[in-house]
Design a protein around this ligand. Sequence first.
Ligand code: ADP
Ligand code: NA
Length: 343
Amino acid sequence: TFHQRVFSGMQPTSTLHLGNYLGALTNWVAMQETHECIYCVVDMHAITVWQDPADLTRAIREVTAAYVAAGIDTKKSIIFNQSQVHQHAELAWVFNCVARLGWLNRMTQFKEKAGKDKENASIGLYAYPALMAADILLYKATHVPVGEDQKQHLELARDIAQKFNNDFGVQIEQRGLATGNLGFFPQPEPMIQGPAPRVMSLRDGTKKMSKSDASDNSRINLTDDAETIAQKIRKAKTDPDALPSEEKGLEGRPEAENLVGIYAGLNGQTKAQVLGQFGGGQFSGFKAALVDLAVEKLSPIAGEMRRLLDDVGHIDAILGDGAQRAQAIAAPIMRDVKDIVGF
Ligand code: ADP
Ligand code: NA
Protein backbone atom coordinates (compact mmCIF):
# COMPACT_ATOMS: atom_id res chain seq x y z
CA THR A 1 0.00 0.00 0.00
CA PHE A 2 0.96 3.64 -0.37
CA HIS A 3 2.23 5.69 2.56
CA GLN A 4 -0.77 7.57 4.01
CA ARG A 5 -0.38 11.22 3.19
CA VAL A 6 -2.82 14.14 3.16
CA PHE A 7 -2.68 17.04 0.70
CA SER A 8 -5.06 19.98 0.45
CA GLY A 9 -5.02 23.64 -0.48
CA MET A 10 -6.89 26.93 -0.68
CA GLN A 11 -6.71 29.76 -3.13
CA PRO A 12 -5.32 33.10 -1.97
CA THR A 13 -7.98 35.03 -3.84
CA SER A 14 -9.46 36.99 -0.95
CA THR A 15 -10.32 36.58 2.69
CA LEU A 16 -11.24 33.06 3.74
CA HIS A 17 -14.82 32.51 4.84
CA LEU A 18 -16.83 30.23 7.08
CA GLY A 19 -17.29 27.70 4.24
CA ASN A 20 -13.53 27.31 3.90
CA TYR A 21 -13.26 27.01 7.68
CA LEU A 22 -15.98 24.41 8.31
CA GLY A 23 -15.70 22.59 4.98
CA ALA A 24 -11.92 22.30 5.04
CA LEU A 25 -9.76 23.94 7.72
CA THR A 26 -11.33 22.32 10.79
CA ASN A 27 -10.88 18.91 9.17
CA TRP A 28 -7.29 19.73 8.22
CA VAL A 29 -6.51 20.54 11.83
CA ALA A 30 -8.01 17.25 13.03
CA MET A 31 -6.11 15.21 10.44
CA GLN A 32 -2.75 16.33 11.78
CA GLU A 33 -3.23 13.90 14.66
CA THR A 34 -3.51 10.86 12.40
CA HIS A 35 -1.71 11.66 9.13
CA GLU A 36 1.33 13.27 7.59
CA CYS A 37 -0.19 16.47 6.18
CA ILE A 38 0.80 18.94 3.47
CA TYR A 39 -1.24 22.14 3.28
CA CYS A 40 -0.67 24.37 0.30
CA VAL A 41 -1.60 27.96 -0.55
CA VAL A 42 -2.51 27.39 -4.18
CA ASP A 43 -1.41 30.69 -5.69
CA MET A 44 -1.06 29.24 -9.20
CA HIS A 45 -4.75 28.34 -9.12
CA ALA A 46 -5.56 31.88 -8.01
CA ILE A 47 -4.24 33.45 -11.23
CA THR A 48 -6.61 31.38 -13.40
CA VAL A 49 -8.74 34.50 -12.98
CA TRP A 50 -7.20 37.98 -12.88
CA GLN A 51 -5.52 38.92 -9.57
CA ASP A 52 -4.03 42.28 -8.83
CA PRO A 53 -0.37 41.37 -8.05
CA ALA A 54 -0.13 43.36 -4.81
CA ASP A 55 -3.43 41.88 -3.59
CA LEU A 56 -2.18 38.41 -4.46
CA THR A 57 1.00 38.86 -2.42
CA ARG A 58 -1.08 40.05 0.54
CA ALA A 59 -3.58 37.20 0.18
CA ILE A 60 -0.85 34.54 0.12
CA ARG A 61 0.33 35.78 3.51
CA GLU A 62 -3.20 36.15 4.82
CA VAL A 63 -4.17 32.57 3.94
CA THR A 64 -0.93 31.33 5.49
CA ALA A 65 -1.82 33.26 8.66
CA ALA A 66 -5.32 31.75 8.59
CA TYR A 67 -3.90 28.22 8.40
CA VAL A 68 -1.68 28.82 11.41
CA ALA A 69 -4.35 30.73 13.36
CA ALA A 70 -6.88 27.95 12.76
CA GLY A 71 -4.49 25.42 14.28
CA ILE A 72 -2.21 24.01 11.59
CA ASP A 73 1.02 23.30 13.43
CA THR A 74 4.16 23.77 11.32
CA LYS A 75 6.01 21.31 13.52
CA LYS A 76 3.61 18.57 12.46
CA SER A 77 2.53 19.69 9.00
CA ILE A 78 4.02 21.37 5.94
CA ILE A 79 2.62 24.78 4.92
CA PHE A 80 3.90 26.34 1.70
CA ASN A 81 2.78 28.15 -1.44
CA GLN A 82 2.51 26.27 -4.69
CA SER A 83 4.50 28.63 -6.93
CA GLN A 84 7.64 28.05 -4.82
CA VAL A 85 7.84 24.37 -5.77
CA HIS A 86 8.31 24.37 -9.54
CA GLN A 87 7.49 20.66 -9.85
CA HIS A 88 3.76 21.52 -9.58
CA ALA A 89 3.93 23.26 -12.96
CA GLU A 90 6.07 20.51 -14.47
CA LEU A 91 3.77 17.69 -13.45
CA ALA A 92 0.70 19.71 -14.44
CA TRP A 93 2.04 19.87 -18.00
CA VAL A 94 2.49 16.10 -18.14
CA PHE A 95 -1.07 15.72 -16.82
CA ASN A 96 -2.41 18.19 -19.41
CA CYS A 97 -1.14 15.65 -21.92
CA VAL A 98 -2.65 12.67 -20.07
CA ALA A 99 -6.12 14.16 -19.37
CA ARG A 100 -8.65 14.16 -22.21
CA LEU A 101 -10.57 17.20 -23.42
CA GLY A 102 -13.83 15.34 -22.92
CA TRP A 103 -13.07 14.80 -19.24
CA LEU A 104 -12.47 18.49 -18.63
CA ASN A 105 -15.55 19.45 -20.62
CA ARG A 106 -17.66 17.80 -17.92
CA MET A 107 -16.34 19.92 -15.03
CA THR A 108 -19.21 21.92 -13.57
CA GLN A 109 -16.98 24.38 -11.68
CA PHE A 110 -15.48 25.63 -14.95
CA LYS A 111 -18.97 26.25 -16.29
CA GLU A 112 -19.90 28.21 -13.14
CA LYS A 113 -16.67 30.21 -12.94
CA ALA A 114 -16.36 30.94 -16.65
CA GLY A 115 -19.94 32.24 -16.77
CA LYS A 116 -21.55 33.11 -20.09
CA ASP A 117 -18.42 34.35 -21.85
CA LYS A 118 -16.54 31.04 -22.08
CA GLU A 119 -14.46 32.15 -25.08
CA ASN A 120 -12.88 34.73 -22.82
CA ALA A 121 -12.00 32.40 -19.91
CA SER A 122 -8.31 31.65 -19.43
CA ILE A 123 -6.90 28.31 -20.53
CA GLY A 124 -5.65 27.99 -16.95
CA LEU A 125 -9.20 28.10 -15.61
CA TYR A 126 -10.13 25.29 -17.95
CA ALA A 127 -7.05 23.19 -17.11
CA TYR A 128 -7.34 23.90 -13.36
CA PRO A 129 -8.32 20.31 -12.46
CA ALA A 130 -5.17 18.93 -14.14
CA LEU A 131 -3.03 21.26 -12.00
CA MET A 132 -5.01 20.17 -8.96
CA ALA A 133 -4.30 16.52 -9.82
CA ALA A 134 -0.61 17.42 -10.06
CA ASP A 135 -0.70 19.16 -6.66
CA ILE A 136 -1.96 15.99 -5.01
CA LEU A 137 -0.07 13.34 -6.95
CA LEU A 138 3.27 15.16 -6.83
CA TYR A 139 3.35 13.93 -3.22
CA LYS A 140 1.60 10.63 -3.95
CA ALA A 141 -0.99 11.87 -1.47
CA THR A 142 -3.63 9.28 -0.60
CA HIS A 143 -6.20 11.46 1.17
CA VAL A 144 -7.63 14.84 0.27
CA PRO A 145 -9.89 16.62 2.78
CA VAL A 146 -12.11 18.99 0.78
CA GLY A 147 -15.60 20.41 0.69
CA GLU A 148 -18.24 18.76 -1.46
CA ASP A 149 -17.66 21.23 -4.28
CA GLN A 150 -14.29 19.61 -5.02
CA LYS A 151 -15.54 16.05 -5.37
CA GLN A 152 -15.72 16.11 -9.15
CA HIS A 153 -12.16 17.42 -9.39
CA LEU A 154 -10.96 14.62 -7.13
CA GLU A 155 -12.59 12.06 -9.40
CA LEU A 156 -10.71 13.59 -12.31
CA ALA A 157 -7.44 13.31 -10.36
CA ARG A 158 -8.17 9.61 -9.87
CA ASP A 159 -8.82 9.19 -13.61
CA ILE A 160 -5.55 10.95 -14.43
CA ALA A 161 -3.60 8.78 -11.97
CA GLN A 162 -5.09 5.65 -13.46
CA LYS A 163 -4.48 6.68 -17.06
CA PHE A 164 -0.87 7.59 -16.29
CA ASN A 165 -0.39 4.22 -14.58
CA ASN A 166 -1.86 2.45 -17.64
CA ASP A 167 -0.25 4.52 -20.40
CA PHE A 168 3.21 4.05 -18.87
CA GLY A 169 2.64 0.65 -17.28
CA VAL A 170 5.58 -0.98 -19.06
CA GLN A 171 8.05 1.78 -18.13
CA ILE A 172 6.85 1.83 -14.52
CA GLU A 173 7.23 -1.94 -14.29
CA GLN A 174 10.68 -2.01 -15.95
CA ARG A 175 12.03 0.52 -13.48
CA GLY A 176 10.49 -1.17 -10.47
CA LEU A 177 8.60 2.04 -9.63
CA ALA A 178 5.18 0.50 -8.93
CA THR A 179 3.82 0.14 -5.41
CA GLY A 180 2.76 -3.53 -5.41
CA ASN A 181 0.25 -3.96 -8.23
CA LEU A 182 -1.16 -0.46 -7.65
CA GLY A 183 0.95 1.38 -10.21
CA PHE A 184 3.07 4.51 -9.77
CA PHE A 185 0.44 6.96 -8.56
CA PRO A 186 -2.12 6.16 -5.84
CA GLN A 187 -5.84 6.81 -6.31
CA PRO A 188 -6.37 9.74 -3.95
CA GLU A 189 -9.48 9.51 -1.77
CA PRO A 190 -11.67 12.55 -1.14
CA MET A 191 -12.49 13.03 2.54
CA ILE A 192 -15.68 15.03 2.76
CA GLN A 193 -16.39 15.26 6.46
CA GLY A 194 -18.17 17.00 9.25
CA PRO A 195 -21.70 18.32 9.71
CA ALA A 196 -21.07 21.25 7.32
CA PRO A 197 -19.26 19.95 4.22
CA ARG A 198 -21.27 22.39 2.13
CA VAL A 199 -21.91 25.74 3.79
CA MET A 200 -24.46 27.76 1.87
CA SER A 201 -24.83 31.50 1.28
CA LEU A 202 -26.57 33.40 4.10
CA ARG A 203 -28.69 35.18 1.48
CA ASP A 204 -29.71 32.18 -0.61
CA GLY A 205 -29.71 28.65 0.79
CA THR A 206 -29.41 27.11 -2.67
CA LYS A 207 -26.02 28.70 -3.48
CA LYS A 208 -22.76 27.74 -1.76
CA MET A 209 -21.01 30.30 0.39
CA SER A 210 -18.20 31.57 -1.82
CA LYS A 211 -15.71 34.37 -2.00
CA SER A 212 -16.81 34.99 -5.57
CA ASP A 213 -20.34 35.95 -4.44
CA ALA A 214 -20.83 39.66 -5.10
CA SER A 215 -22.70 40.21 -1.82
CA ASP A 216 -20.42 40.38 1.23
CA ASN A 217 -23.50 39.71 3.41
CA SER A 218 -23.70 36.24 1.86
CA ARG A 219 -20.65 35.03 3.81
CA ILE A 220 -18.90 35.35 7.14
CA ASN A 221 -15.24 36.13 6.62
CA LEU A 222 -12.66 34.82 9.07
CA THR A 223 -11.51 38.41 9.57
CA ASP A 224 -14.98 39.85 10.33
CA ASP A 225 -15.29 41.55 13.71
CA ALA A 226 -17.96 40.60 16.25
CA GLU A 227 -20.40 43.33 15.20
CA THR A 228 -20.16 42.34 11.51
CA ILE A 229 -20.68 38.67 12.33
CA ALA A 230 -23.75 39.57 14.43
CA GLN A 231 -25.25 41.73 11.69
CA LYS A 232 -24.75 39.13 8.99
CA ILE A 233 -26.33 36.36 11.06
CA ARG A 234 -29.27 38.57 12.10
CA LYS A 235 -29.90 39.45 8.44
CA ALA A 236 -29.48 35.84 7.24
CA LYS A 237 -32.46 34.57 5.28
CA THR A 238 -34.78 32.15 7.13
CA ASP A 239 -38.36 30.96 6.80
CA PRO A 240 -41.22 31.88 9.13
CA ASP A 241 -41.58 28.46 10.79
CA ALA A 242 -40.10 27.36 14.11
CA LEU A 243 -37.06 25.09 14.15
CA PRO A 244 -38.00 21.41 13.79
CA SER A 245 -37.02 19.00 16.53
CA GLU A 246 -35.74 16.36 14.11
CA GLU A 247 -33.40 16.45 11.13
CA LYS A 248 -35.99 15.35 8.60
CA GLY A 249 -37.94 18.52 9.44
CA LEU A 250 -35.13 20.44 7.70
CA GLU A 251 -35.96 18.92 4.32
CA GLY A 252 -37.00 21.58 1.82
CA ARG A 253 -35.80 24.31 4.20
CA PRO A 254 -32.28 25.02 2.88
CA GLU A 255 -31.72 28.21 4.89
CA ALA A 256 -32.76 26.57 8.16
CA GLU A 257 -30.65 23.52 7.39
CA ASN A 258 -27.67 25.72 6.62
CA LEU A 259 -27.81 27.67 9.90
CA VAL A 260 -28.26 24.49 11.91
CA GLY A 261 -25.30 22.93 10.07
CA ILE A 262 -23.15 25.98 10.78
CA TYR A 263 -24.02 25.83 14.47
CA ALA A 264 -23.25 22.10 14.55
CA GLY A 265 -19.95 22.58 12.72
CA LEU A 266 -18.78 25.40 14.98
CA ASN A 267 -19.73 23.50 18.12
CA GLY A 268 -18.47 20.06 17.07
CA GLN A 269 -22.00 18.63 17.28
CA THR A 270 -24.37 16.84 14.93
CA LYS A 271 -27.41 18.62 13.50
CA ALA A 272 -29.62 16.26 15.50
CA GLN A 273 -27.96 17.40 18.73
CA VAL A 274 -28.46 21.06 17.80
CA LEU A 275 -32.14 20.43 17.04
CA GLY A 276 -32.47 18.55 20.31
CA GLN A 277 -31.59 21.80 22.03
CA PHE A 278 -33.30 24.38 19.80
CA GLY A 279 -36.14 22.42 18.13
CA GLY A 280 -39.56 24.04 18.59
CA GLY A 281 -38.00 27.45 19.20
CA GLN A 282 -38.08 30.53 16.95
CA PHE A 283 -35.21 31.62 14.73
CA SER A 284 -34.67 34.84 16.66
CA GLY A 285 -33.52 32.92 19.73
CA PHE A 286 -31.47 30.46 17.70
CA LYS A 287 -29.77 33.25 15.77
CA ALA A 288 -28.78 34.98 19.01
CA ALA A 289 -27.15 31.75 20.22
CA LEU A 290 -25.45 31.31 16.83
CA VAL A 291 -24.04 34.84 17.00
CA ASP A 292 -22.53 34.12 20.42
CA LEU A 293 -21.06 30.82 19.26
CA ALA A 294 -19.66 32.22 16.00
CA VAL A 295 -18.05 35.17 17.78
CA GLU A 296 -16.61 32.89 20.46
CA LYS A 297 -15.08 30.51 17.89
CA LEU A 298 -14.00 32.96 15.18
CA SER A 299 -12.75 36.00 17.13
CA PRO A 300 -9.62 34.27 18.47
CA ILE A 301 -8.74 33.20 14.92
CA ALA A 302 -9.14 36.74 13.59
CA GLY A 303 -7.04 38.06 16.49
CA GLU A 304 -4.27 35.54 15.92
CA MET A 305 -4.29 36.31 12.18
CA ARG A 306 -3.81 40.02 12.89
CA ARG A 307 -0.95 39.23 15.27
CA LEU A 308 0.77 36.99 12.71
CA LEU A 309 0.32 39.48 9.87
CA ASP A 310 2.13 42.13 11.89
CA ASP A 311 5.32 40.13 11.26
CA VAL A 312 5.44 39.46 7.53
CA GLY A 313 9.01 38.19 7.81
CA HIS A 314 7.86 35.39 10.07
CA ILE A 315 5.10 34.37 7.64
CA ASP A 316 7.56 34.34 4.74
CA ALA A 317 9.93 32.20 6.82
CA ILE A 318 7.13 29.66 7.43
CA LEU A 319 6.50 29.50 3.67
CA GLY A 320 10.20 29.23 2.83
CA ASP A 321 10.76 26.39 5.26
CA GLY A 322 7.61 24.65 4.06
CA ALA A 323 8.67 24.92 0.41
CA GLN A 324 11.97 23.21 1.21
CA ARG A 325 10.26 20.39 3.03
CA ALA A 326 7.69 20.00 0.24
CA GLN A 327 10.38 19.93 -2.40
CA ALA A 328 12.28 17.23 -0.56
CA ILE A 329 9.27 14.96 -1.18
CA ALA A 330 8.33 16.27 -4.62
CA ALA A 331 11.72 16.31 -6.36
CA PRO A 332 12.43 12.55 -6.36
CA ILE A 333 8.85 11.79 -7.46
CA MET A 334 9.13 14.28 -10.34
CA ARG A 335 12.50 12.79 -11.33
CA ASP A 336 10.81 9.38 -11.57
CA VAL A 337 7.97 10.85 -13.66
CA LYS A 338 10.45 12.35 -16.14
CA ASP A 339 12.30 9.05 -16.36
CA ILE A 340 9.03 7.16 -16.93
CA VAL A 341 7.86 9.58 -19.64
CA GLY A 342 11.24 9.36 -21.43
CA PHE A 343 12.61 12.88 -20.76
P1 ADP B 1 -13.81 29.16 -3.01
O1 ADP B 1 -14.74 28.07 -3.44
O2 ADP B 1 -14.45 30.12 -2.03
O3 ADP B 1 -13.13 29.83 -4.16
P2 ADP B 1 -11.51 27.44 -2.64
O4 ADP B 1 -11.82 26.94 -4.00
O5 ADP B 1 -10.18 28.05 -2.41
O6 ADP B 1 -12.65 28.46 -2.17
O7 ADP B 1 -11.75 26.27 -1.63
C1 ADP B 1 -10.90 26.00 -0.53
C2 ADP B 1 -11.49 24.85 0.27
O8 ADP B 1 -12.67 25.28 0.94
C3 ADP B 1 -11.88 23.62 -0.55
O9 ADP B 1 -11.58 22.46 0.19
C4 ADP B 1 -13.37 23.77 -0.70
O10 ADP B 1 -14.00 22.51 -0.86
C5 ADP B 1 -13.75 24.41 0.62
N1 ADP B 1 -14.95 25.22 0.48
C6 ADP B 1 -15.09 26.34 -0.26
N2 ADP B 1 -16.34 26.84 -0.16
C7 ADP B 1 -17.02 25.99 0.67
C8 ADP B 1 -18.35 25.95 1.20
N3 ADP B 1 -19.25 26.89 0.88
N4 ADP B 1 -18.69 24.93 2.02
C9 ADP B 1 -17.80 23.98 2.37
N5 ADP B 1 -16.52 23.96 1.92
C10 ADP B 1 -16.13 24.94 1.08
NA1 NA C 1 -14.01 25.93 -4.39
